[in-house]
Ligand binder design. Sequence first.
Ligand code: ZN
Length: 343
Amino acid sequence: MKVLVASALLLVGSCATVRHSEKIDNLKESISYDQPEIVTKYLNTIDPDELKAHVEEIASDKYKGRLTGEEGHNEVCEYIRDYYKNQGLVPPQSHPNYFQKVPKEVLPDDLKDSQNVIAMIKGSEYPNEYVYFTAHSDHEGVQDGVIYPGADDNGSGTAALFEIAEAFKLAVLDGYIPKRSIVFLHVTAEEAGLHGSRYYANNPVFPLDDAVATLNVDMIGRVDERHKENEDYLYVIGADRISSELHYIIQEANDNFSNLSLDYKYNSEKDHNRYYYRSDHYNFATHGVPVVFFFNGEHEDYTKPTDTADKINYPLLAKRTQLIFATAWYLANSENRLTKEII
Ligand SMILES: [Zn+2]
């Protein structure tokens, strides 16, 4: 896995007269994949049909819209835990049942005790450095007798993490153990105000100083109005706020493996939607962890009972998931840990 060009970086660090554009060029040049064919091999295991099966399960009526603290949500958390168990991913030592309890005292009044689900792959060289994935597991429950299935929000992100975990695990079985640890964190109570991720960030299972980055996946299975003509896109939000390097790693991953049109519209500080502040990555950003939020934008079924599994674009969900996997592969295997420098 490649590696920073040490001399070029020294130059960037030490020479104030280096022009901004040159610094960016140097940074971009320092980012490249050592063995792209290996990444491609495992990325190709991320499969539209498997994603479809996962989304259909998570969005199925038996989980009753996955309202935080309710039986349906507790059951889907058990399903998530059992998936990782079966894949051979381990729980954190301190939480051997894969659950971090999120007590009702930190939740809005009407919600019951709930839990985050945590599974991991231990790194081979830097096991105490952690690349996080987050995706919220909850949704809106049942309202006026109607189930809100939340297939895109956030069945799509949950399914993406499942397929990414499987891809990394298959690599491990072939001897490609990531250098850094990888954490799959399915947070609760996002819809009620990002509570599960806030609880985790305030009570981290691993010190947040050791968090390399957090890749948050919340709604990546649909197409919004802006992109009806070119569906191969993804919004990338917040990657450059704490680490310029993260922003360019995602671009490099995309150039090598995905060729999606990366849309930075919502990354603008001026954007009135303020999505940067509206999903779980934000609670890591406030602790200084580099974050990125992958998102498809809002669509006609957003927060409606019509957000159903049959409307997901599964080949597109697979492509987006592959980009996220490739990004994490780099973060987990690069010679040097991601920097927090902003250029
Ligand atoms: Zn969501």
